[in-house]
Design a protein around this ligand. Structure first.
Ligand code: PEP
Ligand code: MN
Length: 371
């Protein structure tokens, strides 16, 4: 097996050439294994396409709600093994415990990945790393749900320290803190920073879990390619509408070759219109966050107004305002924002806040007088 034929002289290095047969690692397949037929229908398309290195399928599904489909379990590993024998396509699955590792390896799974929910728990990550220790199988570590780069890096290091020679990362986006067009916020700066922190680490992108909706998958995939990611993991299903998990984000198997042509074909590579659209969606998302932050700030202003009125404090506290400005200007300066712009912006925010407080306090005073 090419993926296992990896002599690294005992030195733990990060993902090696071996699994990058064409420069970019391509993993595709259904969110979950559902039936032998569903897997075979997908595998046939992917194998015929010839640009996919691993068929992915979740066997054990870490679901948010207990009522959701939990995966077919070990039975699905037998299906994967049969499909591998029949099509020659190596297979990949998610492991979330020591037992999963043993079962997956027993059935010859060729690549293991650690899911976003598992990676947040260092005990479990260590347990999994210990179970894989010494086995020459590639491990891809998804980012945790929260945008915590240290936690992500720490998990990757646990596998490297367990002397697993092929360790890579998967960027699958972060839980959004406000409403968003994406299921998960891409926060591209985080995987790019990880690449900076761990030179040589191969990072691929999972546009399916970032997008959460199949229409947006090509845009995110294109952006990942523009950002020089080392590959993609894409959810593909023969009939996505009937999928038992992540139905809205899986690409129809029949559309997969077209997507590959679009992403990697000579004609439409790096289509600037697509990139523009994706960037605009991200800007809309950030603008929504700004509005939400302003609304939250105003909510606090309402509370502070009541406190100031009770203790008969002046609305404008010059020293406090100077401190706010000094702090945000320093922070903004570090992030490369122009000081005149930031000063103007915060002066306006402060003005609005003072106006609200003054109007509110004088209204309350009038009401009290008339009572
Ligand atoms: C998945 O790959 O289907 C999955 C559960 O992903 P994540 O861990 O990124 O949510
Ligand atoms: Mn999924």
């Amino acid at each position: 097996m090419e993926t296992r034929n990896n002599n690294n002289n005992g030195k733990p290095n990060l993902l090696k050439e071996t699994i990058f047969r064409s420069g970019r690692l391509m993993i595709a397949g259904p969110c979950s294994a559902e039936s032998p037929e569903q897997l075979m229908d997908t595998a046939r398309v992917l194998s015929a396409d010839g640009r996919v290195h691993f068929l992915r399928a979740g066997i054990w599904k870490p679901r948010t709600s207990p009522g959701s489909f939990q995966g077919v379990g070990t039975e699905g590993l037998k299906w994967l093994s049969d499909i591998k024998n029949e099509t020659g396509l190596p297979v990949a699955t998610e492991v979330g415990s020591e037992r999963h590792v043993y079962e997956a390896l027993k059935y010859g799974v060729d690549l293991l990945w650690i899911g976003a929910r598992t990676v947040s728990n260092p005990f479990t990550v260590q347990e999994i790393a210990d179970a894989i220790r010494g086995v020459d199988v590639p491990v891809m570590v998804k980012n945790p749900l929260s945008p915590d780069i240290d936690l992500w890096e720490g998990a990757i290091k646990r596998f490297v320290k367990a002397r697993i020679s092929q360790v890579g990362a998967i960027h699958r986006g972060f839980t959004p803190n406000t409403k968003s067009v994406f299921r998960n916020q891409p926060n591209w700066a985080i995987p790019l920073m990880l690449r900076h922190r761990m030179p040589g680490l191969q990072i691929i992108c999972d546009p399916s879990h970032i997008a959460g909706n199949r229409e947006l998958v090509p845009l995110i995939a294109q952006r990942a390619i523009t950002n020089n990611f080392d590959g993609l993991m894409i959810e593909v299903h023969p009939n996505p509408a009937d999928a038992l998990s992540d139905a809205s984000q899986q690409i129809c198997a029949g559309d997969f070759p077209g997507l590959m042509d679009k992403l990697f074909g000579d004609n439409e590579q790096n289509n600037p219109d697509d990139l523009l659209e994706e960037l605009r969606l991200e800007i809309d998302n950030l603008d929504d966050n700004l509005v939400e932050t302003l609304a939250n700030r105003m909510e606090l202003i309402k509370h502070i107004t009541a406190v100031k009125k009770d203790i008969e404090m002046e609305v404008v506290q010059q020293s406090r305002w100077e401190k706010i400005l000094e702090r945000v200007m320093a922070e903004a300066g570090e992030k490369g924002l122009r000081s005149t712009f930031v000063k103007k912006l915060f002066t306006n925010i402060h003005k609005e806040s003072c106006l609200f407080q003054k109007t509110h306090i004088s209204k309350r005073r009038k009401n009290e007088k008339s009572e």
